[in-house]
Design a binder for this molecule. Structure first.
Ligand SMILES: [Zn+2]
Ligand SMILES: [Zn+2]
Length: 658
């Protein structure tokens, strides 16, 4: 990743000998850094490293302050890799590298001071199984959880379940491929006829101690008379496996058939192998846009950068105060293991891949203490109450502000520094107008460069202020709302009602079925239990095939209306009954997409412009130029010579104007 263009600036600054930096290193003992900063040599070194850092960030288009604030190992590695390449003439000794490192630490320290960054330790919330239940409930029932493809919903459920059960880091969870999964039937220890299903997963750890790769294997047995299907990883895992048609036996195509299998006489297990050709396929995969629809990629794993915001967002919609992420599950797992009488400290360290207990103690152990009163006074510990007290569900409050109001956003726009940057941006836009040219046509010119810089500066400043304001608003809510609530109660006013979670009343059929199937009570007979699981797995398989409407948030009224319309007037086979001539603002790609709900297929756009935007952004953009394309209308089998021809054809034949 050696930079091509910025190299110049760096070489110019190479004016000191290695001895100089050797000397510098002595003056920069990491323990005494802060006292010695003011020595002249160190100052030079600091400004040198600071300059490198800014150059590096400019080269990689990163915000220098923000990146330094949350610096990751990857970034550090990349920065030093870059620096070493750039300065290979002067930087030959490990000790000089150490000097740079020390200096970078100081630069970071000073930046933190200069930008008055928060120095107190970040709160480290712990997520218990009860809290996971709340998140999963939101995931399936809230209308605010929208994903480009419904498989994301099922994937996210399984990731959270596995994160809780195994405590793995997100990188290990996302690295699971089919070759790491084993499904086996074992005899029931209580001698019931129905064999038990065991799912085994091997997790690879890239962050092994001293760089080596370790792998832990987890066996997850089914739970007899499962009290909560929502928390059961078997339902979600099997749904993903069946949805991918992953089993090697060609006739094993449904959960009914899996539960009908028996262990052959004389055997102690029945392996249920997965297709060998799918060994490398990741279990959790990302979406890709194709000209016809959004599809799940066959080979690309879900990215960490997609997973984290999905989790945080889920916690925020649930109404939890602190952000939920993969590490809240990991800490929850660590605490559960630590409290368990069945699991030793050594096992806990292996599970969490810690090389000794101090890592857990320093970084993972909850600072919320157990019932020490009970211990001291010789009482029975109030475990359930203390568990609730240390978890995340207790903070659930659907009224908690999650976004800035329009008025608050406008307030940010009135901040003097934001106004200043906006004025600069506007004057640059004026220059474009004066020169009678569009912004895109100016690409590559200095003016365009200035414009992009001003645009980014304005946007990032605004975002920073918005974030700070939202934090303030939340803090105020936290302080003031309880007082208001108490006052209301004491004055005899009715208690403020929690705004009920917007439930799936208006979402499509498949999600309603999934909710119905997951929220069921345990049964007493084995057959009923198999039936219950089968129904739930089938409901999730159906969900995995489904695609949410393409990026258009819909209002509740809109959905209600559309679903009503759809359920009243639509016969079973929509594709066969569609007229050749569509409405002028319908999309022929969506009409032809059988993975969408009827309402989404028949959607009419508000204007021709809206349809045009959708048609190009969501579909045509993903079609390779000049390649033939089949008309997506379900009752038309014309092949066209390319995108342009398709547009003509759609207008003439199907009367939609794109
Ligand atoms: Zn469309
Ligand atoms: Zn056609």
């Amino acid at each position: 990743m050696a930079p091509q263009n910025d190299g110049q600036a760096i070489t110019q600054s190479t004016e000191h000998s290695p001895e100089y930096y050797q000397q510098m290193k002595k003056s920069l003992n990491v323990l005494e850094l802060t006292q010695r900063v003011y020595r002249k040599g160190s100052e030079n070194m600091l400004s040198l490293v600071r300059r490198f850092w800014y150059q590096y960030c400019q080269f990689t288009e990163k915000d220098p302050v923000a990146t330094l604030k949350n610096i990751s190992i990857n970034v550090l590695y990349a920065f030093f890799d870059w620096l070493l390449r750039e300065r290979k003439n002067s930087l030959g000794a490990t000790s000089s590298l150490q000097t740079y490192w020390n200096a970078l630490c100081l630069v970071r320290q000073r930046l933190a001071d200069a930008h008055s960054l928060r120095k107190d330790k970040k709160k480290k919330p712990v997520l218990h199984a009860e809290d996971e239940f709340e998140l999963l409930k939101t995931l399936y029932t809230s209308t605010e959880t929208i994903y480009p493809h419904e498989r994301y919903r099922v994937q996210l459920a399984l990731i959270m379940q596995l994160a809780g059960i195994t405590g793995n880091r997100p990188s290990a969870l996302l690295a699971v491929c089919y070759q790491h999964i084993k499904v086996t039937l074992l005899p029931d220890p209580d001698n019931r006829e129905q064999p038990r299903v065991l799912i085994e997963i091997v997790f690879q750890h890239t962050k092994g101690y001293l760089g080596e790769k370790d792998a832990n294997e987890f066996g997850i047995p089914d739970v007899p008379n499962e009290p909560c299907l929502l928390l059961c990883p078997h339902i979600t895992m099997l749904a993903l496996l069946f949805s991918d048609q992953a089993f090697a036996a060609p006739s094993l195509t449904s959960p009914e058939r899996l539960f009908r299998l028996r262990i052959p006489p004389g055997q102690k297990q029945l392996l249920v192998p997965l297709k060998e050709e799918m060994a490398e396929r990741p279990l959790f995969r990302r979406c890709k846009n194709t000209v016809k629809s959004i599809q799940i990629s066959d080979e690309q794993a879900l990215a960490d950068s997609t997973l984290r915001p999905q989790m945080t967002n889920l916690g925020s919609i649930t109404g939890m105060e602190l952000p939920t992420g993969p590490y809240t599950f990991r800490r929850g797992n660590g605490q559960a293991l630590d409290n368990s009488n069945e699991i030793t400290d050594a096992q806990r360290n292996i599970i969490l891949q810690h090389h000794n207990s101090s890592v857990f103690q320093n970084n993972y152990a909850s600072r919320y203490m157990p019932d020490t009163q009970a211990a001291y006074r010789g009482l029975k510990p109030q475990t359930a109450l203390m568990r609730a007290a240390s978890g995340m569900s207790r903070t659930i409050d659907s009224r908690r502000p999650r976004k800035l109001s329009l008025a608050q956003q406008a307030e940010v726009d009135r901040y003097p520094d934001v106004r200043l940057l906006r004025r600069r941006l506007k004057s640059l836009l004026q220059t474009f107008q004066d020169q009678k040219r569009s912004i895109t046509s100016a690409k590559g010119t200095p003016l365009y460069h200035h414009y992009r810089q001003a645009y980014r500066a304005h946007r990032s400043l605004r975002r920073r202020h918005e974030k700070a304001l939202l934090t303030k608003v939340k803090e105020r809510y936290k302080k003031e709302q309880p007082v208001i609530d108490i006052q209301r109660q004491l004055k005899g006013l009715p208690m403020a009602e929690q705004e009920a979670l917007q439930t799936a009343e208006y979402v499509f059929e498949e999600r309603v079925h999934a909710i119905d199937a997951l929220f069921t009570f345990a049964t007493s007979s084995t057959e009923e239990e198999c039936q219950r699981r089968t129904t739930a797995i089938n409901a999730l398989i159906a969900l995995c095939e489904k695609q949410e409407n393409q990026g258009f948030r819909r209002s509740r009224a809109d959905i209600k209306f559309k679903e009503k319309q759809a359920s009243v007037s639509l016969p079973r086979k929509l594709s066969e009954t569609l007229p050749i001539e569509c409405k002028a603002t319908q999309c022929i790609f969506c009409l032809g997409n059988e993975d969408l709900s009827a309402a989404d297929r028949l959607k009419t756009f508000a204007s021709r412009g809206d349809l045009k935007k959708h048609f190009h952004r969501k579909h045509l953009r993903h079609h390779p130029d000049g390649q033939p394309i089949a008309c997506p209308h379900p009752r038309c089998d014309v092949i066209l010579n390319g995108g342009m021809h398709l547009q003509n054809h759609a207008e003439v034949m199907h009367k939609t104007r794109t």
